[in-house]
Design a protein around this ligand. Structure first.
Ligand code: SIN
Ligand code: MN
Length: 293
């Protein structure tokens, strides 16, 4: 899938591109059918909503589930990102966020690159977020909200919020959000919320400020969030467990376009459980580790 010159300009200006209905219902079904089994597992990679059993976010599904491993290598998802970076990419993070009916909690205003810089020592912003809707997303089930153009601010001030939700996040304070929204047009487009059918995809810049509200509707809002990093920009520290920030910097090799409809063979290294090494962390940068060895 080639991007047009207009899409390149739009990405540059707004910090995101929206592709409604990019994946067909039978392609999406192969993924949604695999979610209950993933969410049922009592593993560290399933983070549940505060005080509840509902899964907030599942990490590393592409290491345990064949349909998600195929999605991780889907050309409709990977190629536009490679095109925007003009370089091969590897999988930095893979999440299946639940945002379940009545239970899904908020995601506070944040940028992703701030965390990747602070925690993982990722050198630059050359990593892309990709959201793929597994359910229809509407105004009521907690759609993602963006502040268009906010990626141009680079990394903004953030505080480490360890209490609001069940997952620690570097969050941006309200005063700065107010300013960014005003600058982006205030009530006229200062916040946007791409909504659409299951199978829609969004590419968004790793510095784009985003959030989502809770889901009080009776409709689940399961979405996949993948973070693809340019290979030369790989992380330099393993401060977070491997199931959150991946350590295999091999460029993604795409499968054929029909890979969600046919059983192409894929490796599932964590199918029978995560190795102990995936939970080990270190605050020592990789270059220093090499020197010490
Ligand atoms: C995220 O920013 O990582 C998740 C946001 C959401 O699921 O709405
Ligand atoms: Mn995010």
């Amino acid at each position: 899938m080639k991007l047009t010159a207009e899409q390149h300009a739009q990405f540059e200006r707004d910090g995101y591109l929206f592709f409604p209905g990019l994946f067909q219902p039978d392609e999406v079904r192969s993924l949604t059918d695999a979610v209950p089994d993933l969410y049922a597992r009592r593993e560290a990679y399933n983070v549940r909503e505060k005080g509840k059993d509902a899964v907030r976010t599942n990490f590393a599904a592409h290491m345990v589930s064949a349909p998600f491993a195929r999605l991780a290598r889907h050309p409709r998802m990977v190629e536009p990102v490679q095109e925007l970076f003009d370089e091969p990419v590897y999988m930095h993070q893979f999440k299946v966020n639940g945002k379940m009916a009545f239970e899904g909690d908020v995601w506070q205003w944040h940028q992703d690159y701030g965390t990747w810089l602070n925690d993982d020592m990722m050198p630059t912003e050359r990593a892309m977020n990709v959201a793929i809707f597994l359910d229809d997303v509407n105004a009521f089930n907690g759609p993602l909200m963006f502040i268009p153009g906010s990626h141009k601010k680079g990394v903004v001030d953030a505080k480490h919020d360890l209490t609001t939700t069940s997952y620690p996040l570097w969050t941006v304070d309200n005063d700065l959000i107010r300013q960014l929204v005003e600058r982006a047009g205030g009530k006229n487009g200062g916040i946007v919320s791409p909504t659409g059918p299951a199978g829609s995809m969004i590419l968004f810049h790793s510095c784009l400020v985003h959030a989502s509200t809770s889901n009080l509707s009776p409709w689940n809002r399961v979405s996949v969030y993948l973070s693809l990093c340019a290979v030369s920009n790989h992380i330099r520290r393993h401060k977070r467990p491997e199931y959150i920030a991946h350590r295999d910097f091999t460029p993604i090799d795409c499968l054929p376009d029909d890979c969600l409809l046919k059983d192409y063979p894929v490796d599932l290294p964590w199918k029978d459980g995560m190795p102990a090494s995936a939970l080990q962390t270190s605050s020592v940068p990789l270059a220093d580790m090499k020197e010490a060895a």
